[in-house]
Design a protein around this ligand. Structure first.
Ligand code: TXA
Ligand code: MG
Length: 352
């Protein structure tokens, strides 16, 4: 299949430029498109065949449900049985935006879209290109992140080309995304709302609106045998770079010393290693290492924006080991650490 690449200038475009993309979606085809979080791989959410094509293009297990993207609140009532009070409050506060809500689905949403669950994950993105695409398509768009299964999510059209060229009908190039990590997912089907995946809408922000919000234990660590995470996607291997990634946590000076020591040991053993640092620490690393700067600790959203691109870059440098600094589990740091821990296969070194 020839994948058409269409550039859209987000500062200045009209819906007409998305007509062909909308037609592809309506006809059951697939279009990768930008959202404010990461690029999505979209298909008609009402079409089970489109869902199957999405799983095939990603190489994703079909029990891992897709997020359904809507443009307005009418789109919501079309696909969910009822809107719980907590959902209405969260939607009023954070939609359109980087938050996904899990609710009971209506029968029009095919089982293949929801991986056989009787619930559906719904998001109203704020990105103008994403919103225009949903409008022009005339149907809600089912879209997982636009990466091959197991790879870091895509934050540029170039990443989508790397992973999906020749496997889907179109890639819309709308430039780099704003946030860089996938949406916050909240399950609002139970009595107490539960955070299933941390994102840019932080736990603190959710609690400001709702009071009590619980955390799915699957977020914090590796799955114990037999424990089923609420978001099926949380059980799969994610984001893993080819190199072995270790997160080094602790007091900043000690973290830097430890990483320098590990790099020196790698050099002595003939291994190539890389370091993921921050603006504040970049000059503290020496020795033969590939150094990449995620962003600044003064504004962790810069770290969120660059993390996935950096993990992809390391796959091209051919290093054997990567050491990354860690962050605190507060604010967006919780989402950064959730992705980093998974990328590291939960390999964390505490220095003290
Ligand atoms: O920011 C995002 O959410 C991006 C953009 C494209 O919107 N999408 C995204 O989709 O990250 P994906 O498929 O990579 O992640 C969806 C997650 C998976 O972990 C999946 O298991 C969970 O949402 N999920 C989907 N439907 C669910 C449901 N009904 N109940 C619980 N978890 C669900
Ligand atoms: Mg994904």
């Amino acid at each position: 299949m020839q994948t058409k690449i269409v550039k859209i200038n987000r500062e200045n475009f009209t819906d007409i430029q998305l007509n062909e993309a909308g037609e592809i979606i309506r006809d059951g085809g697939l279009v990768a498109f930008p959202t404010e979080t990461v690029y999505g791989l979209g298909g008609n959410a009402f079409d089970p065949e489109a869902a199957s094509k999405i799983y095939a293009a990603k190489g994703r297990p079909s029990d891992n449900p897709l997020i359904v993207h809507i443009a307005d609140m009418d789109g919501l009532s079309e696909i969910v049985e009822n809107v719980p009070e907590s959902a209405a409050k969260l939607a009023a506060a954070f939609w359109p935006g980087p938050m996904t809500l899990v609710m009971r689905k209506k029968p029009v949403v095919p089982d293949r879209t929801t991986g056989g669950l009787d619930t559906v994950a719904v998001r109203m993105p704020v990105d103008e290109i994403a919103r225009a695409l949903i409008r022009v398509s005339g149907v809600p768009i089912a879209a997982p992140s636009a990466n091959r299964s197991g790879r870091p999510s895509t934050t540029t059209a170039q990443h989508c080309i790397e992973d999906l060229d020749g496997r889907i009908e179109m890639i819309i190039d709308g430039g780099s995304v704003d946030i860089g990590l996938e949406s916050t997912i909240v399950d609002v089907t139970g009595d107490i709302p539960m955070l299933l995946r941390p994102g840019a809408i932080t736990l603190e922000m959710l609690r400001d609106v709702l009071g009590r919000v619980d955390i799915d234990p699957a977020i914090l660590g590796p799955m114990a045998e037999g424990v089923r995470p609420k978001a099926p996607g949380m059980k799969y291997k994610h984001y893993a770079p080819k190199a072995e990634l270790t997160i080094v946590m602790g007091e900043p000076d000690k973290v830097r010393d430890k990483i320098n020591e590990l790099v020196a040991a790698d050099i002595a053993a003939g291994r190539k290693s890389g370091v993921i640092a921050t603006l504040e620490s970049r000059n503290a690393y020496h020795g033969q290492t590939t150094l990449k700067v995620m962003g600044t600790r003064n504004d962790e959203s810069t770290v969120a924006r660059n993390l996935f691109a950096i993990l992809r870059e390391f796959d091209e440098t051919g290093v054997d080991r990567i050491y990354s600094e860690g962050f605190e589990d507060t604010g967006i740091g919780r989402a950064i650490m959730n992705r980093l821990r998974k990328a590291a296969g939960y390999s964390i070194l505490e220095v003290d």
